[in-house]
Write a protein that binds this ligand. Structure first.
Ligand code: FES
Length: 99
């Protein structure tokens, strides 16, 4: 099963997920708070930076690419709500919020 490491500020969370599971849904359903709003790739709130394992995420769709823009795509950002996990990956939440 794929392992997802999520860095939120000084905390690091490790989750085991099923192949093809949605990154945002798996994180939030286990109380790892990646900020989100629309869950449809429109708002950009759920962006995360992929530190390792980008090749283990689903391909970036047009909507996601458009929302992030070239600069963030080049820096390794993805929208968690549009990312499905197919292998080990490490992501960082850039602006952690406290809930
Ligand atoms: S929650 Fe809006 S783009 Fe992911």
């Amino acid at each position: 099963m794929p392992k997802v490491h999520i860095i939120v500020g000084k905390e690091e969370h490790s989750l085991e997920v099923g192949e093809g599971d949605n990154l945002l849904f798996e994180a939030v359903s286990r109380s790892v708070m990646i900020p989100f709003n629309c869950t449809s790739g429109r708002c950009g709130t759920c962006r995360v930076r992929v530190v390792e394992g980008a090749e283990h995420l689903s391909e970036m769709g047009d909507r996601e690419e458009l929302r992030l823009g070239d600069e963030q795509v080049e820096k390794g950002y993805r929208l968690a709500c549009q990312s499905f996990v197919f292998g080990d990956v490490t992501v960082e939440v850039p602006q952690p919020r406290l809930y």
